[in-house]
Design a protein around this ligand. Sequence first.
Ligand SMILES: [Zn+2]
Length: 289
Amino acid sequence: MENLFKKRQERLNIFQNARKKIVHQAPKREIPDNVFKTCDKCNDNIPYSEFIENHYVCPRCGYHLKISARERLRQIIDDNTFKEFDKDATSKNEENFIGYDDKLDKYKRATGLKEAVVCGVGRINHQKVAIAVMDSNFMMGSMGEVVGEKITRTIEYATKKKLPLIISCTSGGARMQEGIMSLMQMAKTSSAIKRFSDRGGLYISILTNPTTGGVSASFAMLGDIILAEPDALIGFAGRRVIEKTINEVLPPDFQRAEFLLEKGFVDQIVERKDMKQTLSDLVAFHIGK
Ligand SMILES: [Zn+2]
């Protein structure tokens, strides 16, 4: 495993001095009461402050808004316990894909992130865990070489330190601008999960809206326990592609978390307000507290 790690390090040469930087999690945002947001599901006009107080969930219909990786960490991880890995790792346009550099710059400016996943260690109700949280605000959480590498390194850290592993997934799939290198991240992350699992580690996968493509076809669905947020879209190919391929109309709840729970792909649907306690209970149960 050490050799594999070294080889990847040499190839990328972009992770140096990037480990164990302490960062502050996103502060709770204060929004004036006169700012309203229309809920995407129930169309009610609701003060934005009510969304924030309710974990960015619609207080009327329970619709879960997309949230950033930093906000999710703030909700799950104990205050001031998160240490981030590989914060400055960033993708290169190795395939010279037209427009990719500009796109990367645009998303870096918009999100304040360098890539579509935030990784590190932290505590959940005092229990130490390794955690990777994907962020759909950065190129739809697509998985390129750096996303795959950061997640793999988090898995390997958890393996080495015998820590429970949590990955919060959201993704549109593989990053097409990186060609075949993005696809091999599926095999790399899955192999790392296998080694982690062989050593008896607990891996909890959280599927959030949307978790699709290469991420759903690799580490997202490999959790020992797979949790999902209500109504999250989870699938590999999109609805239209499948409908055209099989020439049939799919049911309205197809690829939704509730449908996948019914079919046995998901173990439990957990509302955002209950996520931290659920994770805490599962980790405590695993380590035998
Ligand atoms: Zn609503």
